[in-house]
Design a protein around this ligand. Structure first.
Ligand SMILES: Cc1cc2nc3c(=O)[nH]c(=O)nc-3n(C[C@H](O)[C@H](O)[C@H](O)COP(=O)(O)OP(=O)(O)OC[C@H]3O[C@@H](n4cnc5c(N)ncnc54)[C@H](O)[C@@H]3O)c2cc1C
Length: 292
């Protein structure tokens, strides 16, 4: 068996130093639920593994005007957070349906995003919430909108030696409803055929859309925003016809591929259907959270 060295730094600074020293022969490992499979398939063969397991600075969930999530936070931590469930149900929707409890106990939100699978369940909610990725590397820290983080299937803007350290999410407007719809063939443990994240904020009348955000997963080579559909919704009184039209516009802007999980035409049609359905859930949730 091929040998490798395993490091367990305890701080971000120590992690960055190790990554700088080892260059592209090192890989970061968080929960390992993607990385170990790629290693087993011989898609990667690192000489050094740098674990994030003991880097507590990257494992937190914090309200600070908005929401900050350390990238090494496990899905299960997010799933069990009453604050996430109440204030950011779109994240709860995504993480509570990701893999199994066993997977969620190891796997992290940063690993899900850095692995950059088009099917990553946390990506549509993050782009929909207009999250910013905070990246630390040899040249210091920078902040990049999540919409610019993904470069293609399995590819991100991260360079050798860089770490995604946290996600900063702005506070949503009052009277906001948000939801993520994971469309799968079966209920138990499956990757999405399509992932639809919608956020709708309302004016005082609770009818007119003040802000719309739509994030789609597996609808293009990278997670995407449906900007035209968002623009169509903003300023309009929301009803079934308006939401149906927004679904059509979003479907036109998608560029899905045919894969074993679904064909191009089916995915496009489901964007049409599920944008409306997810938006209706947002309306319901916004009405439930009217006073916030
Ligand atoms: C049985 C099973 C079911 C699954 N079901 C789903 C599902 O339903 N939905 C879904 O989206 N995914 C699913 N996955 C995939 C996987 O569990 C998730 O993508 C998970 O969140 C990856 O996180 P991790 O911490 O295990 O990442 P790791 O495997 O440790 O890392 C993944 C990649 O990201 C890099 N990385 C990790 N953290 C950082 C960081 N902070 N900075 C820079 N690079 C970093 C690693 O170097 C590696 O390249 C499943 C996996 C399994 C095995």
């Amino acid at each position: 068996m091929r040998t490798f060295e395993y490091f367990k730094p305890t701080t971000i600074a120590e992690t960055l130093n190790l990554l700088k020293e080892m260059g592209d022969r090192a890989r970061v490992i968080a929960g390992g639920t993607d990385l170990m499979i790629q290693w087993k398939k011989r898609l990667i063969s690192p000489d050094y593994l740098v674990s994030l397991r003991n880097v507590s600075e990257m494992d937190f969930v914090r309200l600070n005007g908005g929401l900050s999530i350390g990238s090494a936070t496990r899905h299960r931590t997010l799933e069990l957070s009453p604050m996430i469930r109440r204030d950011f149900p779109i994240i709860h929707d995504a993480v509570s349906q990701l893999g199994s409890v066993q997977v969620r106990n190891s796997a992290t939100i940063g690993g899900n995003l850095c692995n950059a699978a088009p099917s990553a369940d946390t990506a549509p909610p993050m782009i929909c919430l207009e999250a910013n990725a905070v990246i630390s590397g040899p040249n210091g820290e920078k902040t990049i909108p999540m919409t610019e983080f993904f470069k293609g299937p399995g590819k991100t803007i991260l360079q050798t030696g860089e770490l995604l350290t946290r996600l900063d999410i702005p506070q949503p407007l009052p009277r906001t409803g948000m939801a993520y719809w994971k469309h799968t063939r079966r209920k138990a443990m499956d990757l999405p055929i399509l992932g639809v994240a919608v956020l709708l904020s309302f004016e005082d009348d609770m009818k007119t859309c003040a802000r719309a955000r739509i994030g789609l997963g597996v609808a293009a080579p990278t997670p995407m925003r449906a900007y035209e559909a968002e623009k169509f919704l903003e300023g309009r009184v929301i009803d079934h016809d308006v939401l149906a039209k927004a679904g059509e516009i979003a479907a036109e802007s998608a560029s899905p591929r045919t894969t074993i999980r679904g064909s191009e035409w089916y995915r496009r049609d489901m964007v049409r259907v599920l944008v409306k359905r997810t938006a209706l859930l947002c309306v319901q949730r916004a009405r439930g959270a009217k006073s916030t």
